[in-house]
Design a protein around this ligand. Structure first.
Ligand code: B1M
Length: 221
């Protein structure tokens, strides 16, 4: 990986948001995710490649958290750094906004506050020409239902990052199916699997944003 992309990964791993941020102390007065993401774009790196370096940093964060090497505050700093970098990528991913191929309603299910992956999926889908309605995090099944009733032609996307909130994905699908049996529902998130998707009677599982876009494009064609 290019030096600047390595530095960007490092900022995500250690939660260095921007130059002004005093955290982490050993990176004081150094560029953070905010400055480096901008520079990487200026140097001509593709948003996809930059995103890859951000996700690589976040993967290390996840591993360290599992091994009790870091704790929630450090994870939060990493999430903040990720957000700062993503702000610069957003316009690039949204540039396909003009041609709308359909409506995608997305949210992280009830009880779950993780939104980094969901936001990436939303940006990719928006950038591929869909109108995206982002309901945010901790979304109750009834909120998804209300949105479907406002936009009957939409496709719904559910994201979950916790094994403990996957049950709320199941509840959401069940409530939607009860009222709208033919509603198209796509699911994803780190603990979600193809099998889980089938078990809860959702239509499609994608491990990544690209898979979700491919699925939507097939539906739209
Ligand atoms: Co949390 N967290 N977290 N966390 N966190 C995980 C998920 C965990 C795996 C860490 C670990 O133990 N290794 C673990 C879950 C364990 C489990 O359930 N098996 C965990 C835990 C335990 C928790 C808390 C319970 C910790 C605590 O408080 N004790 C707590 C729960 C809070 C809550 O939600 N109620 C918590 C809190 C947090 C923070 C708030 C500190 C922060 C989130 C900040 C934010 O999102 N704004 C956080 C973070 C950052 C993580 C890790 C480190 C990173 C998650 C992430 O953003 N990944 C994570 C460990 C890990 O995943 N490595 C972890 C990067 C992102 C790009 O990937 O979200 O998987 P991901 O999204 C991907 C794909 O999954 C897919 O595309 C995305 C882009 O490639 N995808 C979809 C996602 N949604 C999709 C939908 C689709 C299609 C594809 O269609 C609709």
């Amino acid at each position: 990986m290019d030096d600047i992309l390595n530095k960007l990964s490092h900022c995500i791993e250690f939660g260095k948001t921007d130059r002004a941020s005093p955290w982490p102390p050993d990176m004081k007065d150094q560029d953070g995710a905010h400055e480096l993401a901008l520079k990487a774009l200026e140097l001509g790196h593709s948003p996809d490649l930059i995103l890859e370096s951000l996700v690589a940093g976040m993967e290390v964060v996840g591993r360290k958290f599992s091994e009790n090497k870091i704790f929630v505050p450090q994870m939060l700093m990493s999430a903040k750094a990720m957000k700062a970098a993503m702000e610069h990528l957003k316009p690039a991913f949204e540039s396909g906004r003009a041609k709308r191929k359909g409506i995608f309603v997305i949210g992280t299910v009830q009880g779950d506050l993780h939104d980094i992956g969901k936001n990436i999926v939303a940006m990719y889908i928006e950038g591929n020409g869909y109108e995206v309605v982002d309901l945010g995090v901790d979304v109750k099944p009834e909120q998804f239902l209300a949105e479907i009733e406002k936009r009957p032609e939409c496709v719904v996307g559910l994201s979950a990052l916790l094994t403990t909130t996957m049950i709320n994905m199941k509840r959401t699908v069940a409530l939607i199916r009860e009222k709208h049996p033919n509603q198209v529902i796509c699911v994803g998130g780190a603990p979600v699997t193809e099998k889980f998707c089938r078990d809860i009677n959702a239509d499609f599982y994608s491990p990544d944003p690209q898979g979700a876009v491919t699925f939507l494009n097939k539906l739209a064609s």
